[in-house]
Design a protein around this ligand. Sequence first.
Ligand SMILES: [Ca+2]
Ligand SMILES: [Ca+2]
Length: 183
Amino acid sequence: MGVAEDRLRVRFGLLDANSDGVLEQRDFETLVERVIAASGAGERSPEAVAARTAALGYWQGLREHADSDNDGVVDIDEFTAVVHDQEAFDRYVRPYAEATAALADGDNDGQVQRDRYLAIVKASGFPSEAVETVFAGFDAEGSERLTRSGWIDIVEGFYTRRGAHFTDRLSGPDPGSPHGADR
Ligand SMILES: [Ca+2]
Ligand SMILES: [Ca+2]
């Protein structure tokens, strides 16, 4: 399997929160609750409510776009056919990235602290070491913070780039177990 296929499998596996091999609404509901819990935002906070709406929008957008056999779930072949589509990213993935960045930016100053970033990205299923490496790569000045737009750039790079990209590190050494349950 080539690097590009590995990368696709990792992306798919991260979204398949219940690891049943297909993407469905339940996966997105599970993911967003993990992210909300990790963020420290209240379950009923406006940011949490907005994140749930964005997660559902992500799923609905993906299903409408990708579920070509119309069976109500998105399998890896259907996912692979659409994942690099920049217009689709802008339409239904970016709002979710923005909502999670808002969750992470607890004091709403446009900056995300390193510990919050790490907690949320790990809750999304990425392996710890990879997450820290990517943060360090992005935070070249050692400020221990990311801007919200930097956060969205990371998500966008991970999902839409076809070629090599520094977010490849998020794939970690073992793309077969992206959830890294015991790390
Ligand atoms: Ca699933
Ligand atoms: Ca399908």
